[in-house]
Design a protein around this ligand. Structure first.
Ligand SMILES: Nc1nc2c(c(=O)[nH]1)N[C@H]1C(S)=C(S)[C@@H](COP(=O)(O)O)O[C@H]1N2
Ligand SMILES: [Mo]
Length: 502
């Protein structure tokens, strides 16, 4: 019994060394060549869309943390079993390690933009892990071991595991954060000519507690992407290639991008996975270069009705070429709320298109625009069953009072946000219980591309009440009450909450 537990510990320590060493080597070869990162990436890309949708819903934007923890627990179980089996037959241990090594190498070599040496971290890690396993098992004296030998073994294996885990985390932190964070800190944003700055009406924000502020601070902005580790791309390494069905292929470097005319606009971004009443929506001030200007230089050929924007990690989004050319402020953004893009929001360059859900437009860590057609290419989420075109649906949300809250009787300010990007919000109405729809006050907005705060004063009477909101866009279309899930092109239905007035 004792022996089996020791063997399991030997397996764990060996696996820890394998992964820890791989992480250390990945400092040199790049974070994406680490076996944990590349296997995790393969898993994310291959789980059925429904499962991922579920994961996003259950874990919100912590779905990747959940995946990492799940993977580590699973790996630990396997490692312990391999240790136990190897204590009986050494070759089983090596076969086990070789199998895991192979999986890691395959994953690393097949990731988007994988360098030819992507196999190195896994290979070195696997060899180191196998050696540690062999060494530990040789020193595990079995039933005949003295108490002293046992204690030595426990201590050695334990410290090896601990050291490997710490080294692994330190390396991960180093290789994923250091370089790009330092680079981002050196970026000086070009000034935007005053006449292109979007004016922000001071009364756009009612500044009520619980009401989403008109401008979402970067640290509170929702995060959605398929990248297990945040892609690391310095401004110096960044280059954008515009190619495919164009008259003239062009490449733009960071310095060239910064010299181009810039605009600054408030634009509200929304995720198609957002449930009615959900928080996967945010509004920021973006600074960048108009996509239309770049397209005009590349001159798309007739029939190229889709612009596929591609990220450094292989993610793709497909945007109608016509949308990018219809005069709206679609841009390649370099700044968010006055600072260089936060790394997790796409540093150094991302796309932002008013009026379209993120999955068809808002590519982060952008490196390519490829002109093609919808008939010829399906982007990342389209392959997984989501709609090819993703115009944002008119939505409204009650932020205060909170659902399930208990405001005091008397004057209660009901307030929230409503959005219908690039159409604009013309009316928000609130229904209390089964009463008539009451028209809310709309706060001013800088443009039709942002969400809009709304407020309505209510003389609340004690008891349970249901509050429901609906919005109408500038085209006169009112939000439908037909309830639909996010899949395949965005949720519909009215946001409705219940409060207990005291
Ligand atoms: N490279 C990359 N860009 C991406 C994604 C992604 O998975 N990878 N997700 C898109 C989706 S679905 C949304 S809703 C927005 C979210 O942007 P945010 O994380 O900055 O809020 O990014 C888009 N851009
Ligand atoms: Mo999204």
């Amino acid at each position: 019994m004792q022996t089996r537990r020791f063997a399991a510990l030997a397996g764990l320590a060996a696996a820890g060394v394998a992964l820890g060493v791989a992480e250390i080597v990945a400092i040199l070869t790049g974070a994406t060549t680490s076996p944990l990162v590349s296997v995790g990436g393969v898993v994310i890309d291959s789980v059925p869309a429904g499962v991922k949708d579920f994961a996003v819903r259950v874990f919100y934007t912590y779905d990747k943390l959940a995946l990492s923890i799940g993977t580590i627990v699973l790996l630990a179980v396997f490692a312990a079993v391999i240790g136990i089996l190897a204590a009986r037959r050494a070759y089983i241990g090596y076969i086990g390690f070789a199998l895991f090594g192979l999986i890691g190498i395959l994953a690393a070599m097949t990731r988007h933009n994988a360098p030819w040496y992507a196999f190195v971290p896994t290979l070195v890690g696997t060899v180191a892990g196998a050696a540690v396993l062999r060494w530990l098992l040789q020193h595990e004296a079995g039933e005949s071991a003295t108490e002293e030998q046992r204690r030595w073994f426990l201590r050695t294996a334990g410290y090896t595991l601990l050291g490997a885990v710490l080294a692994g985390f330190a390396s991960r932190w180093w290789s994923t954060r250091r370089g790009v964070e330092a680079d981002r800190a050196t970026v000086t944003l070009p000034t935007v000519p005053p006449n292109t700055v979007a004016p922000l009406p001071p009364e756009a924000d009612a500044a009520l507690p619980d009401l989403a502020p008109f401008v979402t601070p970067n640290k509170d902005f929702y995060l959605i992407d398929t990248a297990l580790v945040v892609p690391q791309l310095t401004s110096g390494d960044w280059k954008l290639r515009i190619h495919g069905q164009v008259e003239k292929e062009i490449t733009v470097t960071w310095d060239e991008l910064l010299k181009r005319p810039m605009i600054e606009r408030y634009i509200t971004l929304a995720c198609v996975s957002n449930e009615v009443g959900g928080g996967l929506v945010g509004n920021a001030k973006w600074q960048g270069v108009r996509v239309a200007d770049l397209l005009a230089e590349a001159r798309p050929k007739a029939g190229a009705d889709q612009v596929v924007s591609r990220s450094i990690d292989g993610f793709t989004a497909g945007t109608p070429t016509a949308v990018l050319q219809d005069g709206r402020d679609a841009m390649l953004a370099i700044a968010m709320n006055g600072e260089p893009l936060p790394i997790e929001h796409g540093f150094p360059v991302r796309m932002v298109v008013p009026g379209l859900y993120g999955y068809v437009s808002a590519t982060k860590w952008l490196v390519e625009l490829e002109l093609t057609s919808f008939a010829d290419f399906d982007a990342y989420w389209i392959k997984r069953g989501w709609a090819a075109k993703g115009p944002i649906k008119t939505e409204s949300r009650i932020d205060t009072p909170r659902d399930g809250g208990s405001p005091r009787a008397g004057d209660v300010m009901i307030a929230g946000v409503a959005w219908a990007q690039h159409r604009g919000i013309s009316k928000v109405e609130v229904q209390i219980d089964q009463g008539p729809w009451q028209v809310a006050t709309l706060l001013p907005v800088p443009s039709i591309d942002t969400w809009r705060q709304w407020t309505l004063k209510w003389s609340a009477t004690p008891g349970r009440h249901r509050l429901t909101v609906r919005a109408t866009d500038n085209g006169g279309d009112t939000q439908t009450d037909a309830v639909a899930p996010p899949d395949p092109d965005g949720a519909t239905g009215w946001h409705s909450i219940e409060v207990q007035v005291k």
